[in-house]
Design a protein around this ligand. Structure first.
Ligand code: NAD
Ligand code: SSN
Length: 504
């Protein structure tokens, strides 16, 4: 085990005292392999605060060689972990739930520092992350098989659910705690072991969680964390897909990277689950409760400044209520406060990096060049920091503009008028993506009609907030496959084995 240099220890204690992080053990700058903190200060990468671009900590940049060690450790651990009882795994998951809840404030500060989101949102994320450990602790005890009647009188058919083995997990920066716990919770529940590569922007939250997993008594090798820089990321992705010891890869991120990972997995015929990009339609019908729809739009479109895979991307408003909805929405957005996530009163933080700001600007420009009307915002806000963009509302957007077809992943609210259910359904489904969709109506036949016809994995009806541990989370079309959370979330981590007993 490499111990920390004096300089690294000093940077940790200075960060903790600057931001009031009480449990300094949560701040880690090394990777976690085989139950040990590994990596030294000779090869590191910078973790910065997107609100300021200030350096937070230098984190060890692990190597492909380290990844091989993590896979070996995970494979060794699997031999005994797969034989543990559901009760044992449930107890550990329950301890992880309580440890996350006991450390909400510190984890929220760490998350806001590296991700930029307002600290209240980060605290919400910590609780959301913890809820997956709680949920999967409960699911662990319900992995029951079947006894199936055979058509051969002397035979009996029995199925058992067995863990798939070592799992490779690749997670994004927008939910640095919850995306890991939604996957790792299911892995632990089923008796799998995991090697996790967190996003290079947000390794600190992941490392804090590894520390808590260790505290919860998770055996060595069950949960390994590999922090790596952007340049090394591709090789780790390749290794996860091409190494036969890894039996499953779970990825949350862009559709482009998902497609690369799928190609790389062809030779090993890897079990995959992908949660990818979206282009969620948000429809408000003439019979909707407009105030509730405005509230829903604010949550769904601007949660985490628009950087959520289930964020509404294009808002379709019935022509008869368009003016009222627009006026109320603009008034609500004006009350939001853009700023540093750690400043009191901030409701919306920066974007993750300058490329994300550029993407919002491209969509704003495309809308305005093609004749849309700027109703609020529209500008890059360098006065607030390097990665800020105004919360922006644009009216008179049409289906011909880029934002109707590409995910912005930022704080742009484009408003498109429609006149009939048939027309808006066609527009809503005119996309290769199918993660989330939303609509507001008080017509009960429409709820079922549209709920069934809209092409996406998850539909919010009269609500803009759909996420919780009980929800089967995932998409269709180019938004990926597999379901996370819910009673289905364990399915991708198990193999069903059939035993046919004859001669009875
Ligand atoms: N579904 C989601 O929750 C989610 C989250 C973040 C981003 N996204 C999508 O991604 C777009 C932009 O975000 P981004 O550029 O950070 O996404 P991205 O796909 O480039 O990155 C997401 C994660 O994948 C990793 N990654 C990147 N290239 C990889 C490779 N070759 N092999 C293995 N892992 C790799 C990154 O390190 C990161 O951890 C958004 O428009 C959105 O569609 C989706
Ligand atoms: O951005 C991806 C996941 C967001 C959520 O779980 O609500």
């Amino acid at each position: 085990m490499n111990s920390l240099s004096k300089a690294a220890k000093m940077s940790i204690s200075s960060l903790a005292s600057t931001y009031g992080i009480k449990n300094v053990n949560l701040l880690r700058t090394q990777g976690f392999i085989d139950g040990k903190w590994v990596g030294d200060s000779t090869s590191t990468f910078d973790v910065t605060n997107p609100a300021t671009d200030d350096l937070l900590l230098k984190v060890s940049n692990l190597t492909v060689d380290d990844a091989h060690k993590a896979i070996k450790s995970s494979s060794d651990a699997f031999k005994s972990f797969k034989t543990t009882t559901a009760r044992y795994r449930a107890d550990i998951l329950n301890k992880m739930y309580h440890l996350l809840m006991d450390n909400v404030d510190d984890l929220a500060i760490i998350c806001s520092l590296e991700n930029g989101k307002p600290v209240a949102d980060s605290a919400g994320e910590v609780k959301y992350a913890a809820s997956f450990y709680q949920w999967f602790g409960e699911e662990a005890q319900r992995l029951t098989g079947d006894v199936i009647p055979s058509n051969i009188p002397s035979n009996r058919i029995i199925t058992v659910k067995q863990p798939v083995g070592v799992v490779g997990i690749l997670t994004p920066w927008n939910f640095p705690l919850a995306m890991i716990s939604r996957k790792v919770g299911a892995a632990i529940a089923t008796g799998c072991t995991a090697v996790v590569k967190p996003a290079s922007e947000t390794p600190l939250s992941a490392l804090a969680m590894a520390y808590l997993a260790h505290e919860a008594g998770l055996p060595k090798g069950v949960f390994n964390i590999l922090p790596v820089d952007h340049a090394t990321t591709k090789s780790i992705g390749e290794l996860f897909c091409e190494d036969d010891t890894i039996k499953k890869v779970s990825f949350t991120g862009s559709t482009g990277v998902g497609s690369v990972l799928m190609t790389q997995s062809a030779k090993t015929l890897k079990k995959l689950s992908f949660e990818l990009g979206g282009n969620a339609p948000f429809i408000v019908f003439e019979d909707a409760d407009i105030d509730k729809a405005v509230e829903g739009a604010l949550i769904s479109k601007l949660r985490q400044s628009g950087q959520t895979c289930v964020c509404a991307n294009r808002l379709y408003i019935h022509e008869s209520i368009y003016d009222e909805f627009t006026e109320k929405l603009v008034a609500k957005v004006k009350k939001c406060k853009l700023g540093n996530g750690l400043t009191e009163g901030t409701t919306h933080g920066p974007l993750v990096h300058s490329r994300a700001v550029d993407k919002v600007q491209q969509h704003v420009k495309d809308c305005l060049d093609k004749g849309a009307t700027l109703l609020l915002g529209g500008k890059v806000r360098t006065d607030l920091g390097p990665n800020f963009h105004d919360l922006t509302v644009i009216g008179d957007v049409t289906q011909e503009m880029a934002v109707a077809h590409e995910e912005t992943f930022g704080p742009l609210v484009p408003l498109i008028k429609f006149s009939s259910e048939e027309q808006v359904l066609e527009w809503a489904n005119d996309t290769e993506f199918g993660l989330a969709g939303y609509f507001f109506t008080n017509n009960y036949s429409r709820i079922f009609r549209l709920g069934e016809q809209i092409e996406c994995g998850m539909v919010g009806i009269n609500t803009g907030a759909i996420s919780e541990a009980a929800v089967p989370f995932g998409g269709i079309k180019h938004s990926g496959f597999g379901r996370e959370g819910s009673k289905y979330g364990v399915n991708d981590y198990i193999n069903i084995k059939t035993m046919v007993i004859g001669g009875l």
